[in-house]
Ligand binder design. Structure first.
Ligand code: FES
Length: 113
């Protein structure tokens, strides 16, 4: 049965936005999916300006998908969301190491700075 997932996503591009804000997306969903897949669908089908790290090891090893999901640090690649759910998605750290939207500088990128 078709449903939808509502995601309120943190948006902030320091080059163009005056301040951070949340943008609400309603995504048609027929079945459970990972938050990373949800973000990918938002970017491909609704809003190509959304930035997040799309690399997916799916094993909680690369840590590129670590973000705050409903206020808790979670891996988006293994956190599941079902039709009918609402969620808030934020960068894992803000303002520390924030780059744009859900993208934060990783440990490797911060080395030597
Ligand atoms: S994609 Fe690598 S930890 Fe989630």
């Amino acid at each position: 049965m078709a449903g939808q997932i509502t995601a309120k996503v943190f948006r902030y591009d320091p080059d163009t936005d005056r301040a951070p804000y949340f943008k609400e997306y309603k995504v048609r969903a027929d079945e459970e999916m990972s938050v990373l897949v949800l973000l990918d669908r938002i970017q491909k089908e609704i809003d190509p300006t959304l930035s997040f790290r799309a690399y997916c090891c799916g094993l909680q090893m690369c840590r590129s998908c670590l973000m705050k999901i409903n206020g808790r640090k979670r891996f988006a690649c293994v956190t599941l969301v079902s039709p009918g759910e609402e969620m808030v998605i934020e960068p894992v750290s803000y303002p520390d190491r924030h780059v744009r939207d859900l993208v934060v500088e990783t440990d490797d990128e911060g080395a030597g700075k």
